[in-house]
Structure formats: structure tokens, C-alpha cells
Design a protein around this ligand. Structure first.
Ligand code: F3S
Length: 387
């Protein structure tokens, strides 16, 4: 693998031991995947931020590092709202550990946005090379924005943040971004909400695994694309998808889908993923809500009171930019939390069954929260929380 003069100096330890170790990691990864060189990145997004997932070992390892990010770098959700953790029922012991994790990341120069929707922070453009590690954000960056990132692990994304580069292989190369399977959707409703695309993503992810699907027969908006990608990243290992005449690179590869395998999914199959069995709590915002989603939840809750816990998750900045919608949601008794989510916080471990409109939440809550998860459209989720 070709290294330039600066890479060689980092590798020789001229910029400290932490950068040297991380450069070794990047070079090792590049060698495994046949990268010819490293490529400079526009930003990094680092997962492994919740004390629930990294534990004492992770905290100890992070504490041993000594360097600062050289590109804009943001953190994935942590285990609690950093300001309202007591209201979430988080223990003081967990909060103390989580605050330590956050302090370490701050020292490493990682911005504490604590969100899986860093693309709402306007740091990403078409064609940018990135090193992002949250799988739903990777899918969105590649597919909806047309940026280029592999599915990084937490350590390799952190290495890229501290070095400013990542190995040039996989989805960084245009030739690897072609669709490899077609999904023909039959009978899709006119303008379904994100929950419909979450259910489609659950099915599609199981079918395609790590391939690159090209969808026909759907016209999702940005929130629908977000839900679709997050679910496929969870039930499969999808890191990039195209939607005919919607996503930017669908125009780059439009005539190359002819010889590909075609999988047909019907609207009836999608809707069969939904469940209306009883639950103890409802959770929305996986991935974190956009401003439009907060507005829709507020409108659905208008004049209603919650009868069971309703959690809504969004990035702190998105919450700050939508005070009216957030106030309307909270008037119902629901809570809008920042910095954390339904999966990486221990707060939802107290429920036996949780309803969500997120295909990714459906895939992860059983193993991460010990709860049965039910998928339903947004309207049904709000109805379950208020009836
Ligand atoms: Fe984000 Fe947590 Fe879902 S990190 S994508 S809200 S599991």
C-alpha cells in the first residue's frame, strides 16, 4: 500500500503513540482489503459511545488514548440524555460512567452531538469520503447523499478521525457502488410514512444481505429513505442502496440493472410485518427524528394524553430547532430525549414489550433491551400510546 510522507511520519511515531497505533490499524485494514492508498476524509462518525455497549473495558481503552481528531468528528448516541438522565430513570452509577466516557471523547476532540443522524448537521456533501460507523448513517450517507463510506467499526472510525484518512477500498471506489440486485415493489401506497419503509427494509435486508439493492416501484421522501436504509442495515448488512429516479446515483447506473436477479416484494407482504399486539411502552426516533417527523408526531398527539410511556428520540440540535413541536409532544405526557436512543440506553430494559415504527428498533430491541418488539406505522404507535 502506498503511503505518503505524512503517513510514514505518523507510522514512525513522530505524532505520538496513539496516532502511530491507529495508523498501524488503518494500514492493516487497507492490506486486508487490498487498498492501494489512504484517502483524506471530510468527517468521521464514531460509534461505541454508550457505556451500556462498551462497559469498563471500553472506557479503560478509550482513556488510554492521547490524540485529537484532525477532521470534524461526531459521536453516536450514548446511554442517556446527558441533561435529563434522572427523568429517564438512569442510575447514578451508570450516569457517572457514561459521563466519564463522554469526557474522554471530548478530550479526543470528538464533537458531542451524540446522534445517529449527523447528516442533519450539514457536514456532508455528494462525493465526500467519510469514515462513519453507525450502520444507518452509513446507509444514508452513501445512498441519499451520495457520499462514500464503508461500514466502519468504532475503532477504525476513531482511527480515521485522529489520522484524517481511511483506506481507499470498498464503497470509496465508484466501481463497487453498482447495484447488484433489483427489488421490485408491487402495490406500494401513494405516500406511506416511515413505518411502511421500515417494514419494507426489514424484508429487503433479509433477502439481500450485504448486496446493493436497486428499488423500483417506490417513491420515498427523505424520512422514508432513512427508515428503509436503517432497517436493511440491521436485518441485512446493506451499506448502500439505490431507488429508481430518487437517489442521486440511481441516475449513474440506470441501464445496468437488466441482467441482475430481481426480487419482488408486495405491499401485503410489507404490511404483514406489522403487529398490533399489546405493549407496555412505545418508542419513536430510530434513527433520530427529523424536524418533519417531530411535527408529524406532535400533530398526531394533538389534544391527546399518553396512557403508557411514549419515548421520542432526536438529536439535541434538531430538538433545539423545533421548540414548538417538542413542547406539543411533551404536553401529551410523552418525552423527547436527546443524545440517546431506544436501543443503547438501559432505560427501556424495564419493559417486556415495546412498539416502534422502526425496522432497526424491531431488529435490535429484543437482544439489546430484552423486550419483545412490535413494528407498526407511526399513527398506530401514537394510538397505542394514547389508548
Ligand atoms: Fe440510531 Fe439507536 Fe436506532 S443509534 S439508528 S436510534 S438503534
Amino acid at each position: 500500500m502506498h503511503l505518503d510522507r505524512d503517513d510514514e511520519r505518523i507510522l514512525a511515531g513522530e505524532f505520538g503513540e496513539t496516532r502511530q497505533r491507529f495508523m498501524e490499524l488503518l494500514v492493516g485494514l487497507g492490506a486486508v482489503y487490498g487498498a492501494e492508498r489512504l484517502v483524506p476524509i471530510a468527517s468521521a462518525q464514531v460509534s461505541g459511545a454508550s457505556y451500556k455497549t462498551i462497559g469498563d473495558w471500553g472506557l479503560e481503552w478509550l482513556s488510554s488514548l492521547d490524540a485529537r481528531a484532525v477532521v470534524p468528528a461526531v459521536l453516536n448516541p450514548v446511554g442517556m440524555d446527558l441533561e435529563r438522565w434522572q427523568e429517564m430513570g438512569i442510575s447514578a452509577e451508570f450516569a457517572r460512567k457514561q459521563e466519564e466516557v463522554v469526557r474522554v471523547y471530548r478530550r479526543l476532540g470528538i464533537r458531542l452531538e451524540c446522534t445517529c443522524t449527523p447528516y442533519y448537521l450539514a457536514i456532508t456533501n455528494y462525493g465526500d469520503h467519510l469514515a462513519w460507523s453507525e450502520s444507518s448513517a452509513v446507509c444514508y450517507a452513501n445512498s441519499v447523499i451520495g457520499a462514500r463510506t464503508n461500514r466502519e467499526g468504532g475503532p477504525s472510525a476513531l482511527a480515521a478521525a485522529l489520522v484524517g484518512k481511511t483506506p481507499f477500498y470498498g464503497l470509496h471506489l465508484v466501481k463497487n457502488r453498482r447495484p447488484t440486485v433489483v427489488i421490485e415493489v408491487e402495490g406500494a401506497p401513494e405516500a406511506p410514512d416511515g413505518g411502511w419503509y421500515g417494514a419494507l427494509g426489514v424484508l429487503a435486508g433479509r433477502e439481500v444481505g450485504a448486496r446493493i439493492p436497486f428499488f423500483r416501484g417506490i417513491r420515498p421522501n427523505r424520512d422514508g429513505l432513512k427508515s428503509l436504509g436503517a432497517a436493511m442495515a440491521a436485518t441485512g448488512a446493506v451499506a448502500l442502496f439505490h431507488v429508481d429516479r430518487i437517489t442521486p446515483e440511481s441516475r449513474v447506473f440506470p441501464f445496468e440493472t437488466g441482467p441482475l436477479e430481481t426480487i419482488t416484494v408486495t405491499a401485503a407482504e410489507v404490511e404483514a410485518v406489522w403487529s398490533d399486539l399489546p405493549v407496555e411502552a412505545v418508542a419513536l426516533g430510530c434513527p433520530h427524528c427529523s424536524g418533519e417527523e417531530l411535527a408529524r408526531i406532535a400533530a398526531l398527539l394533538d389534544g391527546r394524553r399518553t396512557t403508557k410511556p411514549l419515548y421520542v428520540f432526536a438529536a439535541r440540535r434538531v430538538i433545539a430547532e423545533h421548540p414548538t413541536e417538542v413542547a406539543a409532544i411533551e404536553r401529551s405526557g410523552a418525552r423527547v430525549y436527546a443524545d440517546t436512543c431506544m436501543v443503547v440506553s438501559p432505560a427501556l430494559e424495564r419493559y417486556a414489550a415495546i412498539m416502534t415504527n422502526s425496522g432497526k428498533g424491531l431488529a435490535y430491541m429484543p437482544s439489546m433491551c430484552g423486550a419483545e418488539a412490535r413494528l407498526a406505522p407511526l399513527e398506530a404507535c401514537v394510538a397505542a400510546a394514547t389508548s
